[in-house]
Structures are given as structure tokens and as C-alpha cells.
Design a protein around this ligand. Structure first.
Ligand code: SF4
Ligand code: SF4
Length: 247
């Protein structure tokens, strides 16, 4: 993360640096941060939400997601729909809070901590953190203390980070630095394999798309219904299709 270019209210932090914060239904600003926001979903966010709602991934995308195909971006970005209520409220916010709380997206869990991660050439990850101290957020007046690392664990973010980081081998692939740009067909493959998991499984099961090697045990488990393994299979398939690389 380039800390010199950070916007106002952002403060760089160390992983073990303490900050006072708590968020609960009694804070005066409860759910204020669930309005007027651009909420980009990671593939793992979409997986958790569609399962929370017991929906097919295709129906979930149609009902709750706006896919932004911006030519200046390498890959399309999937935003959660906001309601046209004059406050651009999140489609899942209610008077009682978040209606999908156990499966809320990564950025909702992480707030007010931002985490940047870069995949190094040796495969390890370099992490950096910022604290987003916005004036409207009253949570900083609370006494509870966290570090970025303990807050991540408290918010159930660790598993999200694991799956979000698994994507780095694709979206930070060295070939991108060397000029790789996906074709329109590859952009469709990106949405299919990462965000439309139920259709991706069907395509694989029917043999319309495939790996250039036999499936291993975990990949067979993915085809039999394990969505988390299917997401990892999707990443692997995209690396095959984009970079001719298969692990
Ligand atoms: S998903 Fe839940 S926590 Fe996140 S913005 Fe919407 S209502 Fe708020
Ligand atoms: S603005 Fe801050 S304290 Fe208020 S609900 Fe959002 S995260 Fe919690």
C-alpha cells in the first residue's frame, strides 16, 4: 500500500498496533456505514452471500450485483446493489442491522481497518494496514482495544482473507506486469469461474470446459458440491486459460 497517497482519515498501522474501537447496536451511528457506499464483492463474498440466501449464483448475480466492465480496469468489478431510497442504502440493511450478518462481505467485516496485500515472487505475502477514522463513526469512542490482526479474527475475516489472497496468483500474475490483457471471452470466463460458481460447476460437470489434466480428490469434491474447493478450482482453471499454467 502506498501510504504517501492515502486519502484523509486514513492512518497507516502496524499489524500489532492497538486502536480503541467497538461497533454494536447501541452506537448512535448504528448502520450509518451501510449507506452511500460502493461495496465491491470478492468472489468469496459472493459465495457466502448466495449460500446465505440459498440462491443459485446466477440468480444472485442478476438480483444483487452490478458488474462494472470498465475498460481502464483489468478485470470487471462486481458491486453489491444499493437501494434507491435517497440514501443509497445497502440492499441488506434493516432497522435491526445487517440481515446477512453471519455472511456479510469482507469489507463490512474489515471496517475500519484496511488491509493491502502483495504477493512476492517467492509466493509469500506482504501485508500492510491502515485505519480509516471517519468523523461519522462513533465506534472509536468505545473502550474495547484491538490490533488489526485481533480485529480480523474477532470479525471472522481470516477465512475471507485466505480465499481473497488465493486470488492474487491470478490478479497479480507476473504476466500482467509484462502486458497481459484479457480478451472479452476471458473476462466472461472470469465472471463465470469466480462469481457464477453454480454455472461453472455445471459447465465442468457437463464437460463443456475442463482442466488439461485429471481432477484430483479435492476437485472431485468441488464438483460434488463443495463451493470453497470449487472457487479454488475456478482460480486454477482461469490460470490455465489465461496464462497456460496449471498447478
Ligand atoms: S452487507 Fe450488511 S454490513 Fe455490509 S453494508 Fe450491507 S447491511 Fe451493512
Ligand atoms: S459508523 Fe462505525 S460505529 Fe457506526 S455502525 Fe458503522 S462501523 Fe459501527
Amino acid at each position: 500500500m502506498d501510504t504517501e497517497k492515502l486519502p484523509p482519515f486514513f492512518k497507516p498501522m502496524e499489524a500489532e498496533e492497538k486502536f480503541s474501537f467497538n461497533c454494536h447496536p447501541d452506537v448512535p451511528c448504528f448502520t450509518e456505514c451501510c449507506r452511500e457506499l460502493d461495496l465491491a464483492l470478492t468472489p468469496y463474498d459472493a459465495l457466502r452471500l448466495k449460500n446465505n440466501l440459498d440462491m443459485h449464483s446466477g440468480g444472485f448475480l442478476e438480483k444483487y450485483v452490478i458488474i462494472e466492465w470498465d475498460p481502464s480496469q483489468l478485470f470487471p468489478v462486481c458491486y453489491l446493489t444499493m437501494v434507491d431510497d435517497g440514501k443509497a442504502s445497502c440492499v441488506f440493511v434493516s432497522g435491526k442491522g445487517c440481515s446477512v450478518y453471519p455472511d456479510r462481505p469482507s469489507s463490512c467485516r474489515a471496517y475500519p481497518v484496511g488491509r493491502g496485500v502483495i504477493k512476492r515472487e517467492d509466493g509469500s505475502h506482504e501485508e500492510s494496514y491502515v485505519l480509516l477514522k471517519e468523523p461519522h463513526c462513533q465506534g472509536f469512542a468505545e473502550q474495547q482495544q484491538y490490533t488489526p490482526a485481533s480485529y480480523s479474527t474477532d470479525q471472522g475475516l481470516d477465512i475471507y482473507n485466505r480465499f481473497n489472497d488465493a486470488l492474487l496468483g491470478l490478479v497479480q500474475h507476473p504476466r500482467i506486469k509484462n502486458g497481459f490483457r484479457p480478451t472479452r471471452e476471458q473476462l466472461d470466463q472470469y465472471i463465470l469461474a469466480l462469481y457464477n460458481l453454480d454455472s461453472f460447476r455445471q459447465e465442468m460437470a457437463d464437460g463443456r470446459i475442463s482442466l488439461r489434466r485429471p481432477f484430483n480428490a479435492l476437485e472431485l469434491q468441488a464438483l460434488a458440491g463443495d463451493d470453497e474447493q470449487l472457487l479454488l478450482l475456478g482460480i486454477r482453471w482461469l490460470k490455465q486459460e489465461f496464462f497456460d499454467e496449471l498447478d
